[in-house]
Ligand binder design. Structure first.
Ligand code: ZN
Length: 378
């Protein structure tokens, strides 16, 4: 496939060029190294089986008619129920448009992770022509289902702007994370696009608030539908839902009709990846470790390819999440019995230490996961 050839060329050239780009010091006196492209855009891989198969990946923050963050959280049942109905309506509108535009098969996968073990979508109301992707093992969010020759396009629905964009519920992967690939701070939509780009599959359609539309100026070929206007991370100006759903349908149709003009995108390799943490996340616990490229709550590393970069970022996200404990600390401190809880915890910590040192404690064996169907993010 064409994009693979381009990737390999980039890989062959890039090790040298990256050094030239990042090394400090006086400008070179000889001819400067060519600027390294951060990404490679290519034509979509041709359809091989005569059926245009589209994967719809949905999130749950960028829905029409949604103006309350509790609507995407399973822990708030009344609001969440409303969110599920809105989600199903937006996804159905997009599915209808994709079929209008020539899709022969549409699969749907959850990219959200509300905390609900069941799908966020109301399956009894989902367009019967579409199939929810399920399997027995857990999904690796954004990087699974990428195989050449399976999907011809990806449409993302109900998405949100990235950390720092001021969009409704803006974040990247989880709270307080800014994912940077080859110097570009990216949205989850771009994460999906770089992942599927590896198989020559373009993201052709996206929906979300007006701030995400601005974030996605990096993908000018997209059919994008604005579902609402963000006035802060927790407030929006809504647009009448019927108007938005009509736009979702016609936008998805146009996206299919324009598939040939879409671009599959891949990151040039090796990938320079970074995670920047903002409160409530933090990475400052890694400051001062020799060999770790740390600065300003950001850790940077080089990985051979997208998947290795993604895996590294996920590990760093796990570290940065430790910062959330500062909020737990505040929660406990604010309680009347807060000090008693801290004292109890300190005793437990000391008991654990002494038990381990005395050979009285062994780590409990992890429980085997209860068998269940997975349908995406969780
Ligand atoms: Zn998301």
């Amino acid at each position: 496939m064409r994009h693979r050839v381009m990737c390999n060329l980039a890989a062959a050239a890039s090790a040298l060029v990256i050094a030239a780009c990042t090394a400090p010091g006086p400008p070179p006196t000889s001819a400067p190294a060519p600027a390294r492209e951060a990404r490679v855009l290519s034509d979509p891989a041709p359809d091989t089986d005569g059926v245009l198969r589209v994967l719809v990946l949905h999130d749950m923050e960028g829905l029409a008619g949604q103006d309350d963050a509790r609507m995407f959280r399973f822990s708030h049942p009344e609001h969440y129920a409303r969110g599920r109905a809105l989600l199903t309506a937006d996804v159905n509108a997009v599915i209808a448009g994709l079929f209008d535009g020539g899709a022969g098969d549409v699969h749907v996968v959850d990219g959200h992770g509300s905390g609900n073990a069941d799908p966020d979508l109301l399956l009894d109301q989902l367009d019967a022509r579409a199939t929810l992707v399920t399997r027995d093992e857990a999904f690796r969010q954004y990087v699974d289902l990428v195989e050449p020759g399976v999907y011809d396009a990806v449409a993302v629905v109900g998405m949100h702007a990235k950390t720092g964009s001021g969009g409704f519920a803006s974040h990247t992967f989880t709270l307080g994370m800014d994912i940077i690939m080859n110097g570009m701070s990216i949205t989850e939509t771009e994460l999906v696009a770089y992942s599927f780009g590896r198989a020559g599959v373009p993201v052709i359609f996206a929906s979300g608030d007006d701030r995400l539309e601005a974030d996605l100026e990096t993908m000018p070929w997209l059919e994008y539908v604005v579902t609402k206007r963000a006035t802060s991370a927790s407030t929006v100006e809504l647009i009448p839902v019927d108007e938005v759903r009509a736009a979702l349908r016609s936008g998805a149709q146009r996206a299919m009709e324009r598939r040939g003009e879409m671009r599959a995108m891949t990151l040039s390799t090796p990938v320079t990846a970074a995670l920047r943490a903002v409160p409530p996340a933090r990475l400052s616990m890694l400051r001062g470790v020799p060999g770790i490229d740390y600065g300003d709550d950001r850790v940077t590393f080089t990985a051979p390819d997208f998947e290795a970069a993604y895996d590294g970022v996920i590990v760093l996200i796990g570290v940065a999440r430790l910062g959330y404990a500062s909020v737990l600390d505040e929660t406990i401190r604010a309680r009347e019995d807060g000090q008693a809880i801290f004292d109890l915890n300190a005793d437990r910590l000391f008991d654990r230490w002494l038990d381990v040192e005395s050979g009285r404690w062994t780590a409990p064996a992890p429980l085997p996961p209860a068998p269940r169907k997975h349908h995406g993010a969780r």
